[in-house]
Design a protein around this ligand. Structure first.
Ligand code: ZN
Length: 208
């Protein structure tokens, strides 16, 4: 016997699909097609409160990187002035960490933990250390060249002790290296202290 599709077309008795409208003539084909055309249920995004808006403080957090670089760049001025009295530089470094945490807290308007503040300070200290290390590298290269060494000796002639330091360039470079290690810990720890202080002060102030 001849089949007739709902669209009106006459179909051969063994037709699985209508040649005119494409409608499946068997229940199993209809079910399979329906299953294929049903869109997969949209997976609801995992909504974890607190983590969605801000990435953790670190070098992967663009805002933290930008703020700490800016603070470190500005800090270079008072830091070079503090060379007159080296203990002052510790206060300058702590202030830099404080400023980094303060600006980050203001920009994100998210609560800042003491650890987060300290980490912002450490990042600021690391950028400053990078500048120190570059300066040390330049000085080390200069000292290695006899012509530049003579110029440096002439420049530092009036600074007591400085010219003597340059008498042994190798010892001088070793001293620079040792100072850098000390500088790394001093700059990161002082700035971390400042950042932690800022986080605690700001948290206390925002309490009702
Ligand atoms: Zn049909």
């Amino acid at each position: 016997m001849e089949l007739r599709c709902t669209c009106g077309a006459y179909l051969p008795s063994d037709a699985r699909f209508c040649h005119k409208c494409g409608k499946p003539q068997y229940e199993e084909d209809a079910a399979r097609l329906a299953a294929e055309n049903t869109p997969a249920p949209v997976q609801a995004p995992l909504d974890v409160p607190g983590t969605a808006k801000t990435s953790p403080i670190g070098f992967g957090n663009l805002r933290a990187v930008t703020i700490t670089i800016a603070v470190a760049a500005v800090t270079l001025i008072p830091l070079s002035l503090a060379m007159i009295a080296p203990p002052l530089s510790l206060i300058v470094l702590a202030a830099a960490g404080y400023c980094a945490a303060y600006f980050y807290r203001r920009q994100t308007s998210q609560p800042l933990s003491a650890g987060g503040g300290a980490w912002l300070g450490v990042m600021t200290g690391i950028w400053l250390f990078v500048v120190f290390a570059l300066c040390a590298a330049v000085v080390s290269v200069k000292v290695s060249s006899p012509a530049d060494l003579a110029v440096m000796k002439a420049t530092l002639a009036h600074v007591p002790g400085a010219a003597n330091m340059l008498d042994d360039p190798h010892q001088f470079i070793v001293t620079i290296g040792e100072s850098l290690i000390l500088l790394f810990f001093l700059s990161t720890l002082s700035a971390a202290f400042g950042g932690m202080l800022a986080a605690r002060t700001l948290a206390r102030r925002s309490q009702p």
